[in-house]
Design a protein around this ligand. Structure first.
Ligand code: AMP
Length: 449
């Protein structure tokens, strides 16, 4: 299967080939022809599957084929994402794949100055990537005219709902023309997503690709049992001994991320923490340095890490296990992507035994355990309750760190749920309740855990 055989134009094929892609991923093989057809799409795919090119490429082709309106360009495609990082990365993909298309794009999100965004929108762009809150602010100021939008994409729709963006999304939908193509991408299908899909999509094509927990075979997973107060020494030891570079470390809380980063720096390991309390500039800088390898370790919370897209990330470390088992799958999806092997290690103390059981139940496998000599856990240690949120932060207080920033309650880190299997959101019949009938149903045929 080649990109050309999916019906993409020569200029788009040239752009992806120059970018190093030769074979479309499963989501691309299915989504590209479906989107080129012009109909609506409901796609179950998470970051790491190549979903971005799956919607960006056919979108570029459709916009290139249409008439070029005279005067300042109206926004003809709108891509909504939950986080600033994802928005920036999607727009970067639009630029890379669209480099020969002659189409223009822009990205807007909260947490940075609004004036440059106003100037950009005034000049006119074909494709706008946005977080919902800032988009509404700009619309309120009369600079984001959405009446000419032909194609709408909701990327990581489940995360947008998790982060409380449903009302903002509904407000944006009211600003769009009724006749348009709608594409909804979501890693999971809760009842709320089904409801949104039912109200938004018209006779959609349905696509599902294997979840990360089904494709995780290429990620080597390992547990290092360790006492809670030895985790930091163990992590330093592993990084130094194996000379790990580009290590993405997950902590449960922002406070934990900061503290760990400070301690690793004291150990002589170049480290930065990235989370919602950091300024956008600081986050962008940290990410850029991490990508070039200058920065050895990036410590992140689940929300901040969402959307971080780094090719061939070799090491993911769970410094804390997540209390929501699905986040484990999202986290290890940061490594071993697009066919490259990766390694995901988890430092697990006795307090996290239940979290581990829930994760192993979700991924339907036992993760191999390896005790590192010198870090043997105390067999008499007693479990202690786990603090699920950063100190000094109450749910609903302050701004939502990762998205458009409108004082939404934080998602998982600030509104913890008990780690029960009941929290695991899975694919059901995504449109089970609605009137819309799927026009096609294709599946990679792999289990979804
Ligand atoms: P995404 O799921 O869109 O975030 O993409 C995951 C990663 O796969 C990104 O780093 C892409 O650059 C990469 N990727 C996307 N499509 C392909 C492809 N056809 N071949 C190789 N890598 C790809």
């Amino acid at each position: 299967m080649s990109f050309a055989s999916l019906g993409l134009s020569e200029t788009l094929v040239r752009a992806v080939t120059e970018h190093g892609y030769t074979i479309p991923t499963p989501i691309q093989t299915q989504a590209i022809p479906a989107v080129l057809n012009g109909g609506d799409l409901l796609a179950g795919a998470q970051t790491g599957t190549g979903k971005t090119a799956g919607f960006v490429l056919p979108m570029l082709q459709r916009l290139s084929a249409g008439p070029r309106p005279h005067g300042p360009r109206p926004i003809r495609a709108l891509i909504l994402t939950p986080t600033r990082e994802l928005a920036a990365q999607v727009e970067e993909s639009v630029r890379v794949y669209g480099k020969y298309s002659g189409l223009t794009s822009a990205v807007i999100f909260g947490g940075v100055g609004i004036n440059p965004q106003i100037s950009t929108l005034r000049r006119g762009v074909d494709i706008l990537v946005a977080t919902p809150g800032r988009l509404l602010d700009l619309h309120g100021q009369g600079v984001a005219d959405l009446r000419k939008v032909d194609i709408l994409v909701l990327d990581e729709a489940d995360r947008m709902l998790d982060m409380g963006f449903i009302h903002d999304i509904k407000r944006v939908l009211k600003l769009l023309p009724p006749k348009r193509q709608n594409l909804l991408f979501s890693a999971t299908f809760s009842d709320d997503i089904k409801k949104l899909a039912d109200s938004l999509l018209n006779n959609p094509a349905l696509i599902e690709v294997a979840r990360r927990n089904a494709t995780a075979d290429i990620v080597a997973q390992k547990i290092h049992p360790v006492d809670r107060d030895k985790k930091r020494q163990l992590l330093s030891h592993l990084i130094k001994q194996h000379r790990w570079f580009q290590v993405l470390v997950f902590t449960r809380t922002k406070h934990g991320a900061n503290r760990l980063a400070e301690l690793l720096v004291k150990d002589g390991i170049p480290t930065l923490a990235i989370h919602g309390n950091k300024s956008q500039g600081a986050r962008t800088r940290a990410l850029a340095e991490f990508k070039t390898g200058e920065l050895q370790v990036l410590v992140a919370t689940d929300i901040a890490a969402r959307g971080i897209d780094i090719d061939q990330l070799p090491h993911v470390v769970n410094y804390d296990l997540p209390n929501v088992p699905e986040d484990y799958v999202h986290r290890i999806g940061r490594t071993g992507r697009a066919g490259n092997p990766g390694e995901a290690v988890s430092l697990v103390c006795i307090d996290e035994a239940q979290f581990l059981r829930d994760i192993e139940r979700l991924i339907k496998r036992e993760i191999p355990k390896e005790v590192i000599p010198g870090f043997e856990p105390d067999p008499h240690a007693k479990p202690e309750p786990i603090q699920l949120r950063s100190q000094g932060h109450r749910p609903g207080q302050g701004r939502s760190g990762a998205g458009g920033g409108r004082g939404k309650p934080q998602a998982k880190s600030a509104a913890p749920k008990p780690a029960t299997p009941g929290n695991v959101r899975r694919f059901g019949n995504p449109l089970g309740t609605g009137h819309n009938k799927p026009s096609t149903r294709r599946s990679s045929g792999r289990g979804r855990g």
